[in-house]
Design a protein. Structure first.
Length: 137
């Protein structure tokens, strides 16, 4: 993902740092910080194919502000301060689902419509890249 997709979501600052880590074997995470302050958190999860990802995450998405359906992957939601998408994935020889989640910890712009558009564009790029990185087919 290029800076063109990220820059509308990042506040002004001197130094951008990235920390990648794994919460578990099928749970990659990434944090972006500007001047030492956490601004964006990315997560990915491989879950069983039977999981209703949108229902499981409904409360959390409501907490991010007015989630609305988006045409990304199998299903997606874009909220005021975050985005979530799910798509089918073959992982470890089994049909699974991959969940991509983006949460803004600070807002670069107060324009909610602009922020939601930027989240939508970022999620469209992040979902397939994260799936490929995880080894999902």
């Amino acid at each position: 993902m290029g800076s063109k997709l990220l820059s509308p979501l990042l506040p002004d600052g001197e130094k951008l740092t990235q920390r990648d880590y794994n919460f578990g074997p099928t749970q990659p995470r990434c944090e972006l910080k500007v001047d030492g302050n956490l601004v964006v958190h990315f997560s990915g999860d491989v879950v069983p194919a039977s999981t209703d990802v949108i229902a499981v995450n409904e409360r959390g998405m409501r907490g991010l502000g007015r989630p609305a359906a988006a045409n990304i992957g199998q299903d997606a939601r874009i909220a005021d301060r975050g985005a979530l998408a799910v798509d089918r994935c073959t992982y470890g020889g089994k049909q699974q689902k991959f969940v991509a989640d983006i949460e803004l910890k600070q807002q670069a712009t107060q324009d909610v419509s602009e922020r939601r558009d930027a989240l939508r564009s970022l999620l469209k790029a992040y979902l397939p890249a994260a799936m490929k990185n995880m080894g999902c087919n």
